[in-house]
Each structure stands twice: as C-alpha cells, then as structure tokens.
Write a protein that binds this ligand. Structure first.
Ligand code: BGC
Length: 810
C-alpha cells in the first residue's frame, strides 16, 4: 500500500489489530468452583452488590481482589469525577461507527483497554449498542447506528479490542433503551421479529461466545421494561435468551440503581446489583430470600461463579495468571486525531475543500468559541486538554494566516463552566479552584485542588458529615466590561463575587429526572462590571439539606460580549472581508446527553440564521457541524461545503483542521440517515400509559424515511478523490467489488453492498474500507450478512441512495 499523509498513515496503521498477545485462555472452572465452595452465603451474596459506586467487595480468603468498574464509552473516566486523573477523550461512538471499520473499532477498543489498565480498571461499561431508533434520542451520540449489521460489526470489534487488553467490555443497555424520556419505567413494546432482527442483534454479536460472537465478559441490563417486564427482571431475555440460548457466561450487571426488587431481579437473571447504595434491595434482603427458599442457592452460586470467572479473566484472582501487561501507548494523541478525521463525514463540497494555502479565515460560530468535544452524562470524561478548532486551524495554517474569531450567536441555555485560564487556586496559586467540604460547625473535612469550578461527587467521594461544600477561586478577567457569573445546581447557594456581590438563592429542579437535574441544572446569574487584569475572589457555597447521595453544582461564566444582533452583524462583516468563512455550529451537552431526549432537531438558538447570513456574505463558506446526532440543515445547499465533525474528542480541533486543509481524508460515511425535517421522525416519548410502542416494527432509519424526507442518506460521505465502481461478483457469502480511484489523490472509500428482493426492502448486506492511490484499481472482498437468505439482488455503491452495480444471488 502506497503511503499517504502522516495522518492517513496513522489511520491505516490503527486498522491493524493492535495486540499480538494471546487472548486470555478460558478460566479453570474447577478452580472457580473450589473457591466458591469456601464461601458462606453472606459472603456470596455480599459479592453480588457493589461495595461502592465503582467497586466490588474483595474476598481475601479466596484471593479475590476488589473489581473496579468505570464508564465508557467515550474513554475511561475511572472511579471519580474530580479531574485528578485525566482520561483520553475519544471521538463519540457514532464517529467510530462512521469509519465503517471493525478493525479500527478493535484498535479503539484496545486503546480504551490500555487506558483502563493504567487506571486499575477491570471492567469498562461500554460499548453502548442500542440503535438509532430516533434522532431525538438523548444518547444517540453514544450509540453506533440505525443499522443492526453496522452496529454489530463495530460493537464486536470494539469488544474484541477492549478484551484483548485484558479488560472486560460491558455491552449495554440490554435492551430497548433507545431513548431517554422516562427511561426508568417505560415499557418498550417490540414484536419478536423486530427484536431479533434489529435491537437484539448487536448484543448477540457482541456477547455470544467466540467465534459466533465477540464473547463479551459482561452485559448491562437496562432501566426500562421490554414487553411488560423490567429488564433487570426480564427472565425470558436475560436467562432464556442471553444466558441459555446465546451461551453467555459473563456477568449481567444492572444499570446503576436499575434493580428495584430482591427476588424478581435475582430470579430474572441479573447477577450484580450496582452501585450498592445503602438501601440496595439485595444484600441482607437477598440473603433472607435465599434462607426462606424464595431464591435457590444454586442460582446465587451461578452468579458468584460468573463474577469469579470475570475476575479470572481480568487478572483479579490470585493464582490465576492475569492478562499480559498493557499500557497506553505514547502516540495515543496521534491515534485519537487520526480516528477523528477518519470518522469525519464530508456531506457536501463544491470544490472549496480542501482549502489550499488559506491566508484569511473568518472562524465563526458558537462551537468555534465553545467547542463540544463530547456529549453529556455518564459517558463524560475529563481530558488533560481539548484542542479547539482555532488552535487546530492556527497550527495548520501557520502564524502568518489571519484568523478572526466570532461566536456570531449565543445559543446556549446555560453558561459555560468558568474557564481554567481565568482561575487561580487561592491556597496554592495554581490554575484552578479549591473545593472545601465542611461539617455542621464549619470544620474542614476535606480541602482539594480542582481544575474545574464544578463538583460532581457520589457517596464514595463525599466525606461523612459534610454539610456545606464551597468552591473558591480567584478570577482574573481577560477583558473589561460586564461579566456574568452563575451558580448552577439544585438546593441552597450563596454566590460571592468580590466585595459587591453576595447573593443567597434556592434553586429548584424544574421537573425532570434526577439525572436530568444533574446534567442541566437551573442557574442563578449575577452580572458585575470588572476591569481586565484585576483579580477578584469568587466563591460559591452550597448548603446540603441532608446526607446526600450525590453533590453536583458549579460556577458558570460568560465574558463581556456584544448584544446578539451586534455580534451576528460583526460575524457577517468578518465573513464578508475574509477569503474563506469557516462556520462551526452544533449542539452542546445540555442538548445531547444522557437523562433526556432532544425536543427539536433544529440547531439551538439562531445558528441557522447565522449560517444563512454568512453564506450570503461569502460564497466560500465552509460549515463544520460539531454534533453527535443529526440536526436539520435548511441552508445545506447554499454553502460551499458541509463537514460533519461529530463530537470529536480531545484532539478534535486538529482533526478538523487536518480535514479542512486536506492533510487528512474525510474518511467517514453516515451510519445513520439525516432527515430533512422533523415531520415523520419517530418520537421517543412514551404514551400516557407508559408504553413506548415500536409500532414501526423494523422500519427505522433508512427503512423508515421516504426518499424526499432524506437530506443525506445512510452511507453517504464524499472524499477528496473520485471512484468508479467497475464490477462485482459474489459467491459463497462473499462479494468482490472492483473499484478504481479516478481522482488525483489517494483516498479512502467505503464500498457498501445492499440486498433487496420482492419481499426484502433494501438493506445493508456488507461493507469494507478500501484505500487506493490515484489511478489504482483494487478488488475489495466483502463478507455478506450470513443472515441473508437468497434469492435476492445484491447492489454495490457509495450509499444506499447511490447504488451502481448489481448481481442476482441464489
Ligand atoms: C447509565 C449507564 C452508566 C451508569 C454508571 C447510568 O446512568 O445509564 O450507561 O454506565 O449510569 O455511570
């Protein structure tokens, strides 16, 4: 293979399966049983409920270490949210699926596993493999695709990768958690065929033992119900299907607090109740249920064996050789950067991209100023840094290029967190803030340096007796004018800014779930005139009502800024006089998050108006969309180029610049259909009786939309070269497609096969990534979906809407 640019080379190398070490051999079952035999009933049941939010109880007498679990799927957060141990922040999982490359998914899984090993984590709570049933879904960004075959292959690759590093992958959320509204209770009504063909498939391929599946060592049972049974109690699905039919020998862990019963959950098939809060319905209640004969002890034994098997696999059992050592490689940043550009999708291009030798760029848009590297919720990790699009473009274009920056509009409902660059810890003088945990008498129980003016702590991290938590910092404004500070959280707050502001407020949740109030809490804002460069003390004191299960609050900030109309006009003026306008629009984690669904697919605020006005002022307007899930793009045909950058992780700014300048190929293709409007888009909202009817059956995504409702079809994505599809043959479950790179630069193509027939609406049948230099012809083998039963017509092309070759099968 000829060599391309550095970024392309790294992407190509990433596609090779990373780890040459042998996979952990199956544990010695007799040894596990012998250890089990030494445990009392109390010890056994004790192991099945979390010791803390992210840990299990160790049992010294059988050589069992405390197992440590961590979210995923954006990286490995570890066991706390305090930012002390930064994590690699990956591009969001839909961006990974947009590479259409199971080998790259495996390499990405391995890199997650390597981080987990460095952080002492045995179990990663990823991948998230629910389907894109509706783009309104709040966790759409965490999921791979609307298509079960693409989702399955990416999921299986990711699981293999994580586990090749000696870390358990946890396939979640089993099953039917395809949206967030009322997720704790809704009953997804899904017929058997739809479950089998669509929603179960990624779980099956990720969790079945190898070689039929990727052999995941854990599966997470979801919060919701499916067909009348809550998933942690759903015996037909957890026991009948997952454990018995699929032969899954790993651990079924509950989603956090999803176990709401003692017997029903134990009998249903949940093995591990997390996170083991003081009021857990297991522990002594489960011991009593066993003693009373309501839960057979053999069932407890099976659950414990599963936990021990997992422990053996991840090297947490004394005397069982652990997996070979693995550590985060030195080039992790380059890998994340290449992954982000490989997943980036060029939706439209009139030839303006790649930008050659740009000298003057008006960088515009709210996401240029407040970039979104990740979505919100439990997937959140704290990276050591985030490369912004400005930094990326500056590096790529050089110091001589003129780059102006304008937000253009202010679409955010909440203020951004107070930036690290403005904060000084009053105790140490380091950049950052101080967090003090105080008892009822004001005594300091814990004082801690933080790199963010935000606290998110769960039971394990909150010192006993905490009654107040105070965030203190010294802010040195970068500009003179009216600064806005905000207290964000729920409960009692006192906000102090310098000598002039001391405001006490009670903020209450505006409906919504607990998670929603953690993710997007109410705010109280205060404005103050401050000169640049003069340091002021800022303090936010939170008084707790009772012994809390979680503490979540923080300081928001907005620097002096023009009124929105003036800001928009200034942005348009900058565009008019620049050679090229690059407009970065998108969403934010108060729009795309766990805990709630989106209520609109439109870009928040006046972003559409901004794009239209900039495009009218400069014909060389390149729009970069920084979002995890589809948004409506009414201006899409009026701009020079549209680049879909996803939520591209910590190296996102460099990856965007790589693609804009052509240092890297925009390698991605859409793993999900982008609709024109919201009309006809499936709703995530359950009915008043709490049921969420999947009455569309298998007709989701491209199987659902009428052609005129599609803005960009499934599989779509342009590159910087052109391809001709020359021929296709198919035999024995494999198609061979010959394509020629007809352009003048090296490129990456995703060759896609689809099947159709009189009783078979067109669907994805197989795909493979191909790379070729200019003029080169290559033949790409494509493994077809073994579930397809002939006769059918097989098509090949560049997207579901651009099929150029076909052959008759069977
Ligand atoms: C999420 C899971 C996550 C768990 C632990 C839950 O709210 O649904 O995906 O793994 O929390 O953070």
């Amino acid at each position: 293979m000829a060599k391309g640019t550095a970024a392309e080379d790294t992407a190509a190398e990433n596609t090779a399966a990373e780890d040459t070490a042998p996979r952990t051999a199956g544990p010695d079952e007799a040894d596990l049983r012998e250890r089990l035999g030494r445990l009392s009933l109390d010890e056994k049941v004790g192991l099945l409920t979390g010791a803390g939010f992210w840990t299990l109880h160790p049992i010294e007498k059988i050589g069992l270490a405390s197992l440590v679990l961590s979210d995923g799927p954006n990286g490995i957060r570890g066991t706390s949210w305090d930012g002390h141990d930064p994590s690699l922040l990956f591009p969001n999982p839909t961006a990974l699926a947009a590479t259409w490359d199971p080998g790259l998914a495996e390499a990405t899984g391995w890199l997650n596993g390597a981080q987990a090993r460095d952080k002492g984590v045995h179990v990663q709570l990823a991948p998230t493999v629910n389907l894109h049933r509706t783009p309104f879904g709040g966790r759409h960004f965490e999921n791979y695709s609307e298509d079960p075959l693409l989702a399955s292959r990416i999921a299986a690759g990711f699981v293999r990768g994580v586990q090749s590093a000696g870390v358990a992958a946890t396939v979640k959320h089993f099953v039917g958690n395809d949206s967030e509204t009322d997720r704790m209770s809704y009953d997804a009504r899904i017929d058997d065929r739809t479950l089998d063909e669509l929603y179960l498939r990624p779980f099956e391929e990720a969790a079945r033992a190898e070689p039929a599946g990727a052999g995941a060592w854990a599966v997470m049972a979801a919060y919701n119900q499916v067909n009348g049974a809550t998933m942690t109690e759903n015996r037909p699905l957890l026991t009948g299907l997952l454990k018995e039919r699929w032969g899954f020998d790993g651990v079924v862990v509950s989603d956090w607090t999803a176990v709401r019963s003692t017997e029903a959950a134990a009998l249903g098939g949940t093995d591990l109740e997390m996170p083991g809060l003081p009021w857990s319905p297991w522990r002594d209640k489960l011991v009593a249920a066993v003693r009373d004969g309501r839960v057979p002890e053999e069932l407890i034994d099976d659950k414990v064996l599963r936990v021990l098997r997992l422990a053996a696999r991840v090297g947490a059992l004394d005397g069982v050789p652990g997996p070979p050592p693995v550590t985060t490689p030195d080039d992790a940043r380059e890998r994340l950067r290449a992954l982000a550009s490989t997943g980036t999708v060029l939706l439209r291009n009139n030839g303006t991209l790649p930008l050659r030798a740009a000298r003057g760029v008006a960088l515009i848009g709210p996401n240029a100023v407040r970039f979104s590297p990740q979505g919100g919720g439990s997937a959140h990790v704290d990276p050591a840094h985030v490369v912004t699009p400005y930094e990326g473009l500056r590096r790529a274009l050089g110091e001589d290029a003129e780059i102006t920056v304008h937000s253009g509009v202010y679409p955010h409902a909440r203020l951004a967190p107070l930036p690290l660059a403005l904060m000084t810890d009053p105790e140490t003088g380091e950049p950052g803030a101080r967090a003090d945990f105080l008892d009822a008498a004001g005594g300091v129980l814990l004082t801690d340096h933080r790199r963010a003016a935000r606290i998110l702590s769960f039971t394990d991290d909150i010192p006993e007796g905490t009654r107040q938590v105070v965030i203190r910092t010294t802010v040195t404004p970068a500009a003179s004018g009216l600064h806005t500070f905000a207290a964000a959280g729920i409960g009692e707050f006192e906000l102090r800014v310098g000598p002039d502001i001391a405001q006490v407020r009670t903020l209450s949740a505006d409906g919504g779930t607990m998670v929603e109030s953690l993710m997007r809490p109410p705010e109280h804002r205060a404005e103050i005139d401050l000169p640049a460069g003069r340091a002021v003390p800022v303090e936010l004191r939170h008084t707790l009502a009772e012994e809390p299960f979680a503490i979540a609050f923080g300081l928001g900030y907005q620097e002096p800024h023009l009124p929105e109309d003036e800001e928009l006009a200034a942005a348009v003026e900058a565009a008019r006089t620049a050679e090229t306008a690059v407009v970065i629009v998108g969403t934010h984690d108060d729009v795309e998050s766990e805990g709630f669904d989106r209520t609109s697919l439109a870009l928040p605020g006046r972003q559409d108006e901004l794009v239209a006005a900039v495009a009218a002022a400069n014909p060389r307007t390149v729009v970069v969309v920084n979002a995890g899930a589809p948004v409506l793009m009414p201006w899409r045909d009026d701009v020079a180029a549209v680049l879909w950058a996803w939520l591209p992780g910590q190296e996102g700014g460099d990856a965007i610049a790589d693609v804009i300048t052509g240092a890297a190929e925009p390698g991605g293709r859409l793993p999900t259909t982008f609709p024109v409007t919201e009309t006809g888009v499936l709703s995530p909202v359950p009915g008043p009786d709490g049921t969420l009817e999947y009455s569309e059956g298998t007709a989701i995504g491209y199987r659902h939309y009428a052609p005129e409702d599609v803005a960009y079809p499934f599989g779509h994505g342009l590159g910087y070269t052109t391809w001709e599809y020359e021929s296709m043959t198919a035999a024995g479950g494999t198609a061979e497609v010959t394509v020629r790179n007809t352009g003048n630069r090296r490129g990456r193509e995703i060759v896609q096969c689809y099947a159709s027939g009189p009783a078979l609406p067109v669907r994805l049948a197989g795909f493979a990534a191909a790379e070729a230099g200019p003029g080169e012809t290559i033949t790409v083998p494509i493994e077809l979906d073994p579930r397809l039963d002939g006769p059918f017509r097989l098509h090949a092309g560049r997207s579901i809407a651009d099929l150029v070759l076909d052959v008759e099968i069977g």
